[in-house]
Design a protein around this ligand. Structure first.
Ligand code: ADP
Ligand code: MG
Length: 506
């Protein structure tokens, strides 16, 4: 159900994403030029004759890029096509000197076929998002319109770099199969999952800010309970999670309004305005481009052997879905496991803090999710795993958290003291939790003699409350616990205090 300004509507969203990730490789998909196009490199210095389509130049397929596609395909739990083809997708634009993009034909199986990724659904439960396909294609160059008042410049460093386009699947034959994205939040979680898989595999930096990950966003709406999918629009070239969510929200609201006013949505291609947060029609269905796909006569069909697929399978690292399953086996619930695998850095941090001791898993997860996630400035999650940063105050390391958790488990400090130590660390107090505890005399009192003395004092000082407690007002126990904690400077072991109080008051 889609909500507008906190009000639930009778509409639900159907979202399909076409995600482009830039493939990490030394050279381009069909040429030997460097695939590094980062903005510090002088324009048009990483360009071969093939990239700018000089007459007589022939593309030569970069096998490593194909292996990267296979790797990502396996990460998407997808079928790898043993045979696929390359096709020319014709369009004319100055960022593409060839006049066509070499891609894989839409009607035939691309290198990566049907697969799925698992995300956390809006209900907090794991949800499978089906993948229709992923295909290899060439990236275009970059046009610069803001360098000169009357001229535009073209930089072809990026021209011909390998892209992998990953398309989500919508089971139109079974519209009740809801293994697709149905909300802006799910869209973000899906993209983050794709990003983490790509990074874990070294297939792509998948960085939206740098443009190594971009998405086209297809949105339609339908009445809740409806059995058909309605017309969708496609918003092109989105480069931030925030804008993607905003574009989906805006499109959904726009379409709902059209339907509620008795109109129909037309299958348009939209552009998103970052400053307005709105979408507008870029081209309508009538002007849909005809790409006149045809098989590229310069390239043989791509054949992949079973051995190649097996070899790559054997080098696959643990991916987020497997990490989640492992965390659940350590005693975490699905929600915690999902939060702690949002990025590989986070899951590494968690693993480092747990250090193979299962009894630490749940408390470490609780501290991370409720405290560290709320203090990103004190938790340089990436660098904290890196030992070079460990000396720096304000940055909580996995070792610090592990020690804190162990101190509580060993009853050396109570929860309240642990929180105080934690806050001191956030405030820049130097040293390990043990050192901080010593420095501030934060030792939990477990000595029953001392606690008993405090209990006796509190009981003696509050005769009327004791009377009320004994006549059945057992809720007053908290009052006594508070008194004892105060008398012991917050150092008493609460469990022991409770036990002694109960005994003495009964
Ligand atoms: P195109 O070739 O026009 O880009 P595709 O069939 O490749 O179209 O679909 C693009 C994306 O749009 C896919 O992720 C697909 O699941 C999604 N999609 C298709 N129909 C709808 C719809 N009615 N509502 C939302 N998304 C859709
Ligand atoms: Mg498409």
């Amino acid at each position: 159900m889609f909500t507008i300004k906190g009000k639930t509507t009778d509409w639900e969203l159907v979202i399909g994403l076409e995600t482009h990730i830039e493939v990490l490789s030394k050279s381009k998909l069909f040429s030997g030029a460097s695939a590094d196009y980062n903005p510090t490199i002088a324009p048009n210095t990483q360009v071969s004759m093939v990239d700018v389509a000089m007459p007589g130049m022939l593309p030569v397929l970069n096998e490593f890029c194909v292996e990267q596609a296979i790797r990502m395909g396996l990460g998407l739990n997808a079928e790898i096509s043993r045979k696929s083809k390359f096709a020319r997708k014709q369009y004319f634009y100055p960022d593409l000197p060839q006049g066509y993009q070499i891609s894989q034909p839409a009607e035939e199986p691309p290198v990566v076929g049907r697969g799925w990724v698992e995300i956390m659904g809006d209900d907090g439960k794991p949800k499978k998002i089906l993948i229709e396909r992923a295909h290899l294609e060439q990236d275009a160059g970059k046009l610069k319109h803001d360098v000169h008042p009357t001229k535009s410049f073209a930089d072809y460093n990026r021209t011909g770099v390998a892209l992998l386009e990953i398309v989500t699947f919508l089971d139109t034959k079974n519209p009740e199969n809801n293994s697709y994205i149905t909300s802006p939040d799910e869209a973000e979680r899906y993209l983050r999952e794709i990003r983490e898989i790509a990074r874990a595999l070294g297939v792509s930096k998948a960085n939206m800010e740098e443009g190594s990950m971009r998405a086209d966003v297809n949105v339609s709406v339908r009445p809740v309970g409806s059995k058909e999918f309605r017309t969708r629009t496609e918003t092109k070239n989105m480069v931030s999670f925030k804008f993607i969510k905003s574009a989906i929200e805006y499109e959904a609201r726009r379409q709902i309004e059209i339907y509620e006013n008795g109109g129909t949505v037309s299958q348009d291609t939209m552009r998103y305005s970052q400053s307005e947060g709105t979408t507008s029609v870029m081209r309508s269905k009538e002007d849909a481009l005809d790409y006149r796909y045809f098989p590229d006569p310069d390239l043989l069909p791509l054949e992949i052997s079973e051995e190649t697929i097996e070899r790559i399978k054997n080098t696959m690292p643990e991916l987020p879905a497997a990490t989640r399953a492992r965390f659940i086996s350590l005693g975490l619930n699905e929600y915690d496991a999902a939060r702690l695998t949002e990025t590989t850095d986070i899951s590494k941090w968690f693993d480092a803090a747990v250090g193979g001791k299962a009894e630490r898993a749940k408390p470490v997860a609780n501290w991370m999710i409720s405290e560290l996630f709320a203090h990103p400035e004190n938790w340089d999650v990436k660098n904290a795993v890196d030992a070079s940063n460990q000396g720096e105050a304000r940055i909580i390391t996995p070792e610090n958290l592990a020690e804190l958790v162990d101190m509580i488990a060993a009853s050396e400090i109570n929860g309240k003291q642990a929180k105080e130590i934690f806050i001191k660390m956030l405030d820049g107090e130097s040293g390990t939790p043990k050192e901080i505890a010593d420095r501030f005399g934060m030792k939990q009192i477990t000595d029953t003699g001392a606690i008993e003395k405090a209990v006796d004092d509190v009981i003696a000082a509050n005769p009327s409350q004791v009377e009320q407690y004994k006549s059945g007002k057992v809720g007053l126990l908290g009052f006594f616990v508070g008194g004892v904690m105060k008398a012991t400077g917050g150092k008493a072991n609460p469990a022991v205090v409770n036990e002694i109080l109960r005994k003495k008051l009964s």
